[in-house]
Design a protein around this ligand. Structure first.
Ligand code: ADP
Ligand code: MG
Length: 221
């Protein structure tokens, strides 16, 4: 369970404080599929970054499975992310000097996961890229890179998967494929899936939609 209590984010813009996320309180239960929607600049990525423990809120608390992220130090946050969170970015963020296979095994090795190689093979198969294991990101299409990035996000079998416009940089056929894979992750792995998307069809499939505008969560339905 994810409990957001009055979380907000204020940054310094030039010399003046600027609130980019106004106090938001909500609860997301285990296994839910949540879509975050809204125009560019409305605070969607800010909210996702706070949920991932990549950034700290200015006010409020984020309690995930009983752990208050705002009370963790950097090491604690890194450990929390390794255990609980898989993150998929719009621009893939693969390490260019590593092959697809290595991009997936490295986070597992850092965490000391046994059988990293076997797991990476299974994950590559899950995203339909068995034949591409030893290709570098530059040798893969955008859709293929995002499938590797998704496999990497799943490496530690995270209970929570966060994705920030994962299809925003893909053509519609590749976007559809990534969406189907994400829905599989939600259904088959029972993961909580929190997705920033502009795809109305996809948002309609979510259990809950959080609509952002100018840093306010305008509505949840
Ligand atoms: P979205 O993902 O909905 O497009 P963001 O969460 O990335 O929106 O950003 C919301 C607003 O906050 C934008 O206007 C953005 O420029 C601003 N913003 C985000 N991070 C910072 C920062 N570190 N400093 C100043 N402004 C920021
Ligand atoms: Mg964004």
């Amino acid at each position: 369970m994810i409990e957001l209590r009055d979380i907000s984010k204020t940054v310094i813009s030039g010399t003046a404080p600027l609130t980019i996320l106004h106090p938001l309180t909500t609860t997301i239960t285990e296994g839910q599929f949540v879509a975050i929607v809204g125009p560019s600049g409305s605070g969607k990525s800010t909210l996702l970054g706070l949920l991932a423990g990549l950034d700290a809120p200015t006010t409020g608390s984020i309690v995930i499975d009983g752990v208050d992220l705002t009370r963790l130090d950097e090491d604690g946050l890194a450990r929390f992310r390794g255990e609980k969170i898989g993150f998929v970015f719009q621009f893939f963020h693969l390490i260019p000097s590593l092959t697809a296979y290595e991009n997936i095994t490295v986070p597992m090795e850092i965490r000391g996961t046994p059988d990293a190689g076997e797991r990476a093979k299974a994950l590559l198969e899950e995203v339909g890229l068995t034949g591409r294991a030893h290709h570098y990101p530059s040798q893969l299409s955008g859709g293929e890179q995002q499938r590797v990035a998704l496999a990497r996000a799943l490496a530690n079998d995270p209970p929570i998967v966060l994705a920030d416009e994962p299809t925003g940089n893909l053509d519609s056929a590749n976007g559809r494929h990534i969406m189907e894979l994400l829905q599989d992750v939600h259904r088959r792995r029972n993961a909580t899936l929190i997705l920033v998307t502009h795809d109305a069809e996809l948002a309609a499939m979510a259990d809950i939609r959080i609509r952002m505008r100018d840093g306010h969560a305008e509505g949840m339905a």
